[in-house]
Ligand binder design. Sequence first.
Ligand code: ZN
Ligand code: MN
Length: 484
Amino acid sequence: MSFLVTIGLEVHCQVKTNTKMFCACETSFADEPNTHTCPVCLGLPGALPVLNRHAIEKTLLAGLQLDCGSPEVSKWDRKNYFYPDMPKNYQTTQLDLPLCLGGEVPVYDFNYPTEVKKNIPRPGLKVRLNRIHLEEDVAKSTHLGSSSIIDYNRAGTPLMEIVTEPDIESSAEAFAFLRSLQMILQQAGVSDADMEKGQLRCDVNISIRRRESDPYGNRIELKNLNSISAVRRAIDYEIERQSEDLEAGVEQIQSTRRWDDDRGESQLLRTKEDAHDYRYFPCPDLLPIHTGPLLDAVRPLTTERPHDRAERYENDYRITAYDASVLASDVPLATYFETLAANEKVPGKKAANFLLNVLLGLLNERETAIDASPVSAEKTGSLLELVESGQLALNQAKEVLLKLLEEPGRDPAEVAKAMGFEPADAGELEAFCDQAIEANPKQVAEIQSGNEKLVNFLTGQVMKLSKGKANPKQVTEILRSKLL
Ligand code: ZN
Ligand code: MN
């Protein structure tokens, strides 16, 4: 029996700033432990916080990129708990008036796991957001047997918490959602969102039920997942675990579990009964924020989002929605494509095909990124001009490109010529055509009685005779004029 799955995510994402949220300490990664600390981020008595304007602006920018609204006034609250990673014994965060409210994340189809891509259950899915608030990251603790060590370099790093509505129905959707969100935040310059550096971490809320008409099942929370693939594994495990329980008549108790990625299982941390009561209250040390003037300052900094760019490509270059979304997904790739497609002699669709199907493949083999491509977009454009004018066949263009990748200083037309790919003189081509016609009387008879498709067969024969140097377009034209 299968169950309906309901998933909501809480994504913690480090905001890209030079200094911490409430003090002037540098934000850092993998530096000597406890070298970027001060009385504020160590929580020493009497130290007072000072707001980091950049962190607030970047969070508002994230909100604009994700179609969120903002309350006129946003305020700060204290979330009280005792744990060594938070030496003040409270986290400064935002409870009821966060910087951003509502909004949505478009889930890009190309971000689904490969096996799912061919059969996406809900293509074009949009996941609604509940809110985005700003808070401070905690210190990093490492547990070694019976002792623990702690590094306060991370304590106080600005952290956005992005909370979704329960709109996600599978591990594959959660996976594609996180990759899409990561892409939008990175491109907006809001966060590097590098999971390996712990800059993007995720809590998963998941419940299952039998039918649409049933109330939601009790919610299980999985804490602090630090890779997108771990999120996927954890969700798959949880769905199976909860389904087995439900089938055996065991109801879930609302609880928090820890995902152990090495063992591939989740373990109970605590149930609702022993859940924390954080006793939130407004932070007396920080003034509320009037968002209006800050939003005005940030609005000009918004950038074209991948899905807006994809839509523009679809309209301007008449390429498929999927190709458009792939080209738009990566800024350097988009830049290369736009430069290439700016060549008026090359149709956008052909530019897109050549870039996605030929050049990217060859660069991948060389482990070279598109913005480090030895062959510039302008040069690829000149190469495709030769194809458009009928001087080169597509497979010949690919060979010329291979040569250009090795010797990027050369000119495409000159390389084509040196490789023998030049329009053969008409006399020579005609002689090859006559030879092919003479050698294949049966096919010629069929062509002349209406099977025009067989012209391609003869073109192939002529290509062989010319040792692949002839231009197939030109050959087909000569054959047709001779036979039809
Ligand atoms: Zn500090
Ligand atoms: Mn949080």
